[in-house]
Design a protein around this ligand. Structure first.
Ligand SMILES: Nc1ncnc2c1ncn2[C@@H]1O[C@H](COP(=O)(O)OP(=O)(O)OP(=O)(O)O)[C@@H](O)[C@H]1O
Length: 212
């Protein structure tokens, strides 16, 4: 499979934040988006996820020779916020996301217990999400990625609030995802611990692309 972002431009309000953003990733490849605050990293991730309209250009997902009619359906978005209900238990939150997201063709997600276990937090499944520490909450949000198979992970500052061990755990999860034929696009100010990743530096209205 491939993810191709073709000459994308996005406006917020009346202002065009960036234009002519293009890149192509194949199965097993990762891209890190960096750049100063406010240059549009989150906006680009959200536009690829289909959560914001592109002013120009588009994200195209192909599986084999076929173009996916709705690219967003191949994507799993993890934003700044964890997107979990504080009053519901961790298990209920993960079960909701599993049902809501569903699996994309070619894979199947884990049960909530197993996903939480992968993040080393199975013992907290019965607790309301709001009782967890900030780092535990972020790890549970990562468990969400495992409950439904979506080949393209779109991650916005995924490792914020994580300790060193959790960062390493998440790097392992990303490596497994890539090894299973997934694609990772991450906006981050911190190193992700992945080898041989592509890099896109947002520079406001212009940008430069380089291979790390
Ligand atoms: N709804 C909106 N209307 C107008 N401008 C907006 C809106 N939402 C965001 N912006 C502006 O768009 C710009 C890009 O925001 P974005 O969150 O994409 O930046 P970022 O590169 O991810 O920043 P950071 O590194 O701080 O997370 C910012 O200047 C922000 O103020």
């Amino acid at each position: 499979m491939t993810l191709e972002v073709h000459r994308m431009a996005v406006k917020r309000g009346d202002e065009r934040l960036f234009s002519d953003i293009s890149f192509r990733l194949a199965a097993g490849e990762a891209l890190v988006i960096t750049g100063r605050n406010g240059t549009g990293k989150s906006t680009l991730i959200r536009a690829i996820a289909g959560l914001l309209p592109a002013d120009e250009g588009e994200a195209i997902v192909t599986v084999g020779d076929a173009v996916c009619p709705r690219a967003a359906e191949a994507c799993h978005y993890l934003g700044h916020r964890n997107a979990m209900k504080r009053e519901m238990s961790v298990e209920e939150n993960l079960a909701f996301w599993k049902r809501f997201m569903g699996d994309f063709e070619g894979g199947s997600g884990l049960e909530p217990e197993e996903a939480a276990d992968r993040l080393g937090l199975a013992a907290l499944l019965h607790l309301p999400f709001g009782y967890l520490s900030a780092g535990q909450q972020r790890r549970m949000a990562m468990a969400k990625l495992l409950t439904a198979w979506r080949p393209i992970w779109l991650l916005d500052e995924p490792t914020a609030a994580l300790d060193v061990q959790s960062e390493a755990l998440f790097a392992d999860l990303m490596r497994s995802h890539l090894a299973a034929g997934g694609i990772v696009v991450a906006a981050t100010h911190q190193p992700l611990g992945l080898e041989a990743i592509q890099s896109l530096v947002m520079q406001g209205f212009t940008y430069q692309e380089e291979l790390a």
